[in-house]
Design a protein around this ligand. Structure first.
Ligand code: AMP
Ligand code: MG
Length: 419
């Protein structure tokens, strides 16, 4: 326990390390068509099978010359053309130039391309007087300038971005070897939860967590299996856990892990696996369950994460605690949490010492180019609007109390998966 830890509460870093230490990445791989590969994680280093560009080519529309030919004259007659995809293949007489287009192969012996705008064409005679002096290799993109044959282009463990797809296409690679996405089954628990599109009766609310969990799991690179809403009924819950375990590497629930219900869920899960109920030193998001569901005939053991039911807590714990676990499982070894950045507060932030707060805030650059943050207002763990209107988490240290205007705090921009 560190100097500022609160007895009975598990520090966030400890919880994340315990979770990471208890799992191994998925080792099944598949060959994926490049146009379907974005968001998948490479299971092998990707090396270039070729030089890029594969031949010396022109960076400009203009004229290919031999610089030596311009030592005695500024006018050279045209001797041919080289277009992109249709190179000049003839004999290139000394003392002449070749019309060349961007991307076209430069003819053998060419040591510079002069851009069209620096020349004057008089019929078949080209005047280069405006282009002097000509530098060796100017406007020529040499073979292998970007990537040499055999070079490492993307490492194993890299999650493919939209920018990587044209990169790999440049190399002529139609299929890539990637890890299978983790299968994550999830369901909401609670008698009060009703599907969208129905009319609410007294005491009922709509099941919003499941929508958030699904979309985030997909953004995190998982295959999301939606098992719906399960009422607070022991028999139905047990069936749901069994069904989830048979289909998925990870089972995620929301609700039913706070003090009132923990024992109930605990009994059930103790029967089906090994479950720890943790109190995390995090606000919101204190009640959290982590463990394993035992292997069955259908499938090897599954990881279990029980998110608190309060909507802000559910999404926050999924983002802060479960996201690193899913990244490791997916083989995404480059994954990193967003860095903490300093900012000055322009509003006060209410806080009690004891837990690390992830308050929802709005950052912006002030006129001096420095970051400022303000609160989104109501920070109740049930008030989801605070999450929707935020663009960052203001991360207030465990031992800190109320923050006044003008103090320095750390904030964390949302990762692209949260947009
Ligand atoms: P619980 O953790 O089950 O005690 O739930 C805590 C609070 O979160 C209660 O106000 C629940 O009604 C609410 N809640 C639980 N699950 C959901 C859900 N799926 N969508 C929206 N609110 C929920
Ligand atoms: Mg509940």
């Amino acid at each position: 326990m560190g100097c500022c830890d609160t007895p009975g509460l598990m520090p966030i870093d400890t919880a994340v390390s315990k979770m990471l230490d208890s799992i191994d990445p998925i080792d099944q791989t598949i060959q994926q068509n490049l146009d379907q590969a974005v968001g998948h994680v490479l299971s092998e280093d990707a090396h270039s099978p070729m030089h890029v560009p594969p031949f010396d080519n022109s960076a400009m529309d203009g004229y290919a010359v031999r610089i030596a030919d311009l030592a005695h004259t500024v006018n050279l007659p045209l001797a041919g053309k080289s277009f992109a995809g249709i190179p000049f293949n003839g004999k290139w007489p000394v003392g002449t130039c070749i019309r060349i287009m961007t991307g076209a192969q430069v003819p053998n012996g060419c040591d510079a391309v002069i851009m069209q705008e620096e020349t004057q064409a008089n019929g078949e005679m080209i005047d280069f007087s405006q282009a002097l002096p000509v530098k060796p290799q100017q406007n020529i993109r040499p073979m292998g300038d970007d990537i040499t044959q055999g070079a490492l282009v993307l490492p194993k463990g890299h999650r493919l971005t939209p920018r990587d797809i044209p990169m790999i296409a440049t190399l002529g690679i139609p299929m890539v070897s990637v890890y299978c996405k983790p299968k994550v089954a999830f369901f909401s628990t609670g008698d009060e939860l009703k599907p969208l599109g129905t009319t609410l009766k007294a005491g009922e609310i709509y099941d919003s967590n499941r929508y958030g969990i699904k979309v985030l799991l997909e953004k995190f690179g998982c295959e999301a299996i939606d098992l719906g809403v399960i009422p607070d009924d022991k028999v139905l819950l047990k069936q749901a856990f069994e069904q989830a375990q048979q289909q998925a590497d990870v089972v995620i629930t929301s609700g039913g892990v706070s003090v009132g219900e923990a024992d109930y869920t605990k009994d059930l899960l103790t029967e089906l696996g090994e479950i720890g109920f943790w109190k995390i030193a995090m606000k919101p998001g204190k009640p959290f369950a982590f463990g394993k569901l035992l292997a069955t005939n259908e499938r090897s053991e599954s990881i279990f994460c029980g998110l608190p039911g309060n909507p802000v807590s559910a999404i926050l714990t999924l983002y802060i605690l479960v996201q690193p676990l899913l990244a490791k499982l997916a083989g995404h070894s480059e994954w990193q949490a967003q860095p903490l950045l300093p900012a000055t507060t322009t509003t006060a932030f209410k806080k009690q010492p004891g837990r690390t707060d992830y308050q929802r805030g709005i950052y912006q650059l002030n006129q001096h180019g420095r970051f400022e943050v303000s609160t989104t207002g109501n920070q109740s763990s049930g008030a989801f609007r605070s999450m929707s209107t935020a663009n960052c988490f203001v991360v207030l240290e465990q031992d800190r109390g109320r923050v006044e205007v003008g103090e320095t705090v750390n904030f964390q921009m949302f990762s692209p998966s949260f947009y």
